[in-house]
Design a protein around this ligand. Structure first.
Ligand code: UDP
Length: 376
């Protein structure tokens, strides 16, 4: 049997481990730096309230990819759940993503879908033909008032830079709707695992051909003795940051126990104004409405620049980072028997379903050809 090393026990590593293990042609060792599996999707029950806690921030599984949806359900029961988010702005509390209710309440109108479309189109900046950044994309699509109240402050807090420096693609993650649909996602399938994400990843990794070793930091020396390595750690860290550091935003939380049933009445509320220091508050019991708990826990989420001891969350991908990424890719292409995988390994802003989809493709390629190219 070929020997495979997988660095990182998040979704990328776990899916590849499982796909290879199922062929009975590989012996897989997964090493993980932290003391637990599941990466930033890790969930555990809060000791005091027994509420399922999304320890590294809220994760709502959503995808339009039927293959991914069917695949993941083999490893855990997903309860259908629609993420409905509210936004606190200087002008009051609204529904987000921007939809007909948001538009009518914000502008104090009674528009139907067609009238709202015409109205918002008239607000958009038509001098912008092709939006070159986040701000231009917002001004072009929704105009100044909605941009400034819903996006500008939140984005400055979240990313720590001028929205003009960010790609338009970040804004495109959020739909803008002219009906009353307030689902945060456009995805066809959406759900929350009944027993948390840790159980799903644990089920993926639970195979006689897979060995998981926790609390083990990767060094290149660990490659020896393995036929191939799948590396889900940070790309720049693999090369000892020899060319410099790729920028990430990190987040941190202030966790509180609330001695009552319901602290904020919704799973996630965004705080769009710069006058509030946090970006959002998540109250985790609302992710599992089928459970009953007397108390509640909520997290105030803050964003910060990543320092050495921080967990990297969001790849910033500013112009300088993209340049650096190109240089690291060049180094990576000269390495043998290694595939860089996942959000950190390829330095991309990926959701869980993207990661799983790519991990399935990579596994398929590898099983067929004995090699697999990294996606960047
Ligand atoms: N965003 C915003 N206001 C909001 C929600 C989102 O300005 O109320 C912007 C912000 O720049 C954010 C981006 O839209 O980074 C994408 O939001 P999403 O909710 O997809 O971010 P994630 O859940 O990945 O943190």
């Amino acid at each position: 049997m070929k020997k495979i090393l997988i660095v990182g026990a998040g979704f990328s590593g776990a899916v590849i481990a499982r796909e290879l293990a199922d062929t009975n042609q590989y012996q897989i060792t997964v090493i993980e730096e932290r003391g637990h599996i599941a990466g930033n999707c890790y969930t555990e029950r809060d000791a005091e309230t027994n509420i399922m806690e999304h320890v590294y921030g809220p994760h709502i599984f959503n995808t339009s990819n039927e293959k991914v949806w069917n695949y993941i359900q083999k490893f855990g029961e997903f309860i259908p759940s629609i993420n409905r988010v509210k936004a606190v702005t200087e002008k009051g509390v609204f529904s987000i993503p921007i939809n007909l209710l948001t538009i009518n309440q914000f502008f104090n109108k009674n528009f139907n879908p067609r009238e709202a479309t015409d109205f918002i189109t008239s607000k958009g900046d038509h001098t912008i033909i092709e939006a070159k950044n986040f701000e231009e994309q917002a001004l072009k699509l929704i105009g100044t008032e909605l941009y400034e109240n819903f996006f500008k402050g939140y984005t400055i807090k979240q990313w720590g830079c001028d929205p003009k420096e960010l790609p338009a693609s970040i804004l495109n993650r959020l739909p803008i709707r002219f009906n009353y649909d307030d689902n945060y996602y456009n995805s066809k399938f959406q759900g929350i695992p009944r027993n948390g994400y840790t159980e799903v990843v644990s089920n993926l990794l639970n195979h006689e051909n897979i060995k998981v070793i926790l609390n083990t930091k990767y060094t290149k020396a660990k490659n020896s003795g393995f036929d191939h390595v799948f590396y889900a750690g940070p790309l720049d860290a693999y090369f000892n940051f020899s060319l410099g550091k790729l920028a990430y935003r990190s987040i941190y939380f202030e966790k509180e126990v609330f001695d009552g049933e319901d602290y904020q009445g919704n799973p996630v509320i965004n705080y769009c104004s710069e006058s509030v220091p946090y970006t959002r508050i998540h109250e985790h019991k609302h992710f599992t409405p089928w459970e009953k708990h007397e108390k509640s826990i909520y997290f105030k989420e803050y964003s910060k620049e990543t320092e050495d001891s921080d967990i990297p969350y969001y790849p910033k991908r500013l112009a300088a980072d993209k340049e650096l990424l190109r240089s690291y890719r060049h180094l990576a292409e000269n390495e043998n028997n290694i595939t860089f995988i996942g959000r950190l390994g390829t330095y991309r802003y990926m959701d869980m379903h993207h990661v799983i989809d790519e991990a399935l493709t990579i596994s398929e390629d590898f099983i067929k050809t004995g090699d697999a190219t990294s996606f960047y």
